[in-house]
Design a protein around this ligand. Structure first.
Ligand code: BES
Ligand code: ZN
Length: 592
């Protein structure tokens, strides 16, 4: 049976429990030549289907080194190529020798010029959702977990990191081989590596931060509060199970804000605001150590169990550290993002249900704020219905019960009914799970600071008001401004508050999006600079959209993209090309 719409994995076939990966990284050819040895849960026989994408398969063998027959099927656009290996009776291990493609969808190869020091190349992986298969042939479904050992050979002047426990490093000639172990079983989308010129600093008893040398001081300071976050999270969800929580500050082209790779969270450098004002992102990735990495969604149809729970946990950690008022402001931001996402999917309302059916849909295309913020809102609504003490007890039991397992929405609902009987019916959970949009009765954030921002509407805040605003209040205010906003308002905002010079990327991008949509030319050089320097999709999307929608800036969108595209991650390129294509279509419709 096929239980995951994004994997060739067949439940009738043997399951992998351990992966031993030996790899050599070739920066000149932009390839990794490797051997992956998969240990099966018990000796098996018959066909074994592995997920692959753009791999060149050099050979397959069993535990005795005997060659095995295999077929690499033609590539499907979303799933990639099925690699079918025929196992004779009693096969306990399968080894595959292969090479990755320079275009591997999980890998970004940076030239020295694309790094901070400009001296050395850099390589990193981003396997979620279905890209691990472009690096290692395996059963690439979160339904199954593996432990692994990785042995990676790289040029000896570079540091090679894995999201796993460090074992050893040995130098031979110009090369170094590092060994890492992951003793806790993980779904394959959490495999992660990075190679480059990297330094580290300890920032807590179980945490250190890694970054390029020019960034390390700033990163060490920004994430200095990590241990108190871990302790808040442990109070909510139980013990931290991954031994260490280290952080890698990525080069600016990293396409996401963060990625919860176990033991080594990857974070965008745009979070380095200099005042710790964006560390909710760190709280988010940390929270995944329980929701996502311990309790995993069985496949992409149940992605909300991963991200919705994590946003809920992120805001609870944030509330514990900064108070209910601040958490309410974040909830209000989330609510806006949810409304936008639902508007964006007006023609695909099925993608605004919590439980999806993504057969035939690329999970990267279905990605939106819906699983995050509708998931959060559902959990928050449940919390309000039963009260915080009862809900906290439920959360602890949820994690303890499902740790190191993968679950579906249906299993969650059954667990909810067993432990908080009747509450699902009271909040009309069917509407949340199976219907598009936002159900009536959703929890709403309450905060006097929020009311104050809302009451201001589109008028310019006084100096006195603005001076007391946190970046979150700025973002709420800016997001709420009409498009276009009158030039006089843009001018006043810029001259009084110098928003174009903001060091906080959330405030900066919220402002640049309003300014661009309002034809405020003075902001354009900053827009061009950010599009040339940063590859985070959350920022590329609104800025390219605002440019492409404007008749005056439309061609600038294309020329910025042409200039910057080589520095963007393949997934980010896909997103920007989508924005440009959609807006080209709208415009030609308007003409015809
Ligand atoms: N796991 C996600 C990033 C992701 C999701 C990568 C799906 C690929 C496919 C990560 O935890 C995340 O949600 N990051 C957010 C952080 C935000 C919600 C605080 C981001 O990147 O913006
Ligand atoms: Zn997340």
């Amino acid at each position: 049976m096929l239980l995951d719409p994004h994997s060739y994995n067949d439940t009738a076939q043997p399951e992998t429990t351990h992966v031993h990966w030996k790899a050599r990284v070739d920066f000149a050819a932009r390839t990794i030549e490797a051997e992956a040895t998969l240990t099966l849960s018990e000796p098996g026989s018959g066909p074994l289907d592995l997920d692959t994408r753009d791999l060149t398969i050099l050979g397959a063998s069993d535990q005795n080194g005997t060659a095995l027959e295999f077929t690499l099927h033609p590539a499907e656009p979303i799933l990639g190529s099925r690699l079918r290996i025929m196992l004779p009776r009693g096969t306990s291990k399968v080894s595959v020798k292969y090479k990755t493609s320079p275009d591997a969808s999980a890998l970004q190869w940076l030239t020295p010029a694309q790094t901070h020091s400009g001296k050395h190349p850099f390589l990193f992986s981003q396997c979620q959702a279905v890209h691990a298969r472009s690096v290692i042939p395996l059963q690439d479904t979160p339904r199954l977990r593996v432990t692994f050992r990785a042995e990676m050979t790289v040029p000896k002047n570079l540091t090679a990191l894995f999201a796993a426990a460090f074992v050893s490093r040995t130098v031979s000639g110009d090369e170094a081989t590092v060994v890492y172990d992951m003793p806790q079983p993980i779904p394959p989308y959490l495999l992660a590596l990075a190679v480059g010129e990297l330094e580290s600093r300890d920032i807590g008893p179980r945490s250190r931060v890694w970054a390029e040398p020019g960034v390390i001081e700033a990163a060490a300071w920004e994430f200095g509060g990590v241990e108190s976050m871990i302790q808040s999270a442990e109070k909510l969800f139980g013990p931290y199970e991954w031994d260490r929580f280290d952080v890698l500050t990525m080069p600016p082209s990293f396409p996401y804000g963060g990625m919860e790779n176990p033991r080594l969270t990857f974070l965008t450098p745009t979070v380095l605001a200099g005042d710790r004002s964006l560390v909710n992102l760190l709280a988010h990735e940390l929270a995944h150590s329980w929701t996502g990495n311990l309790v995993t969604n069985a496949n992409a149809d149940h992605f909300w169990l991963n991200e919705g729970f994590t946003v809920y946990a992120e805001r609870r950690i944030f509330e514990a550290l900064q108070g209910a008022e601040m958490a309410a402001l974040h909830a209000a931001m989330g609510r806006r993002r949810l409304e936008r996402a639902i508007d964006k999917f007006a023609d695909r309302p099925e993608l605004t249900k919590l439980r999806c059916n993504l057969k035939g849909v690329d999970p990267d295309d279905a990605f939106s704020d819906v699983p995050y913020e509708k998931g959060y809102l559902f959990l928050r609504t449940l919390e309000e219905e039963v009260g915080r003490p009862a809900f906290d007890k439920f959360l602890l039991k949820y994690v303890a019960t499902w740790r190191f397992k993968s679950i579906t929405t249906e299993q969650f609902l059954e667990f909810l009914e067993q432990n908080l009987p009747g509450v699902a019916a009271k909040v009309h959970s069917d509407d949340w799970i199976h219907k598009p949009g936002i159900p009536a009765g959703a929890s709403a954030p309450r905060s006097t600071r929020l009311d104050a921002v809302r009451n201001l509407g589109a008028s310019v805040p006084s100096d006195e008001t603005a001076v007391a605003w946190t970046p979150t209040e700025w973002v709420l205010y800016l997001d709420n401004l009409p498009r276009p906003t009158p030039r006089s308002v843009c001018e006043k905002l810029e001259s009084s508050f110098h928003l174009t010079g903001s060091h906080n990327h959330e405030v900066l991008v919220a402002w640049l999006a309003v300014a661009t949509a309002s034809g405020f030319d003075a902001a354009l050089p900053r827009v061009e600079r950010i599009l040339g320097e940063v590859g985070r999709m959350k920022y590329l999307e609104p800025l390219y959209s605002a440019l492409a929608k404007s008749s005056r800036y439309h061609s600038l969108a294309q020329s910025c993209y042409d200039k910057a595209k080589d520095s963007y991650h393949p997934i980010a390129r896909q997103v920007v090309e989508g924005v440009l294509r959609r807006n080209a279509a709208v415009r030609s419709d308007a003409v015809s």
